[in-house]
Design a protein around this ligand. Structure first.
Ligand SMILES: [Zn+2]
Length: 186
């Protein structure tokens, strides 16, 4: 029960990535099973985005950058606000992709550029960039893909869903090993 007492590391506990991995599989099973109302679909998809991020952050985020975590979690969900102009007015999508042009490396570059230039906003902007990057990991393997290289290219870049699950499985294993090491060295 020491992990419960050690609240600073609670999000790194190995059980959480394992549960997250299982939940992502279950959510995607539900999404593939039938067409859901858009609000339900959105809630399920955003939940899977957050679970994906939980696994990958537990595996990869250095302890010294833990202060970026709230901003990263915000960025993971907030990037999908860019779908609203697309839904309401049919604007914002690249010609070759069903997702908005802001679902691209350019958004990450702009956020990182802002973080480099604006010292006081460094943590929020860097955290949001991490969140957007993690968001794109899932979007690459679901739906129509993302216009990753916009404005250089309108083409939707996609990745196989099995690859996404593989990344999550490796992330889960890495998070478990990382937590185990942290527990042993504590
Ligand atoms: Zn998205």
């Amino acid at each position: 029960m020491r992990w419960i007492q050690d609240r600073r590391h609670v999000w790194l506990h190995p059980v959480l990535p394992l549960v997250a991995l299982a939940l992502v599989g279950a959510i995607d099973g539900l999404l593939a099973w039938r067409a859901w109302p858009i609000v339900v679909h959105g809630a399920l998809d955003e939940s899977a985005h957050l679970l994906t991020a939980l696994v990958l952050l537990a595996a990869l985020l250095p302890a010294r950058l833990r202060h970026l975590l709230p901003w990263a979690l915000l960025g993971i969900v907030a990037i999908d606000v860019d779908h609203l102009p697309l839904y309401f007015w049919g604007v914002g999508a690249a010609a070759g992709s069903g997702r908005p042009v802001t679902h691209s490396l350019l958004t990450i570059a702009v956020l990182l550029g802002g973080a480099a230039l604006l010292r006081r906003l460094r943590a929020p902007l860097a955290g949001l960039a991490v969140g957007v990057a993690l968001h794109l990991v899932r979007d690459l393997a679901t739906g129509p893909g993302v216009p990753l290289l916009w404005p250089l290219s309108d083409t939707a870049v996609t990745a196989p869903y099995a690859g996404y699950l593989g990344v999550l499985a490796i992330g889960t294993a890495a998070a478990v090993v990382r937590r185990r090491r942290a527990a042993l060295s504590a």
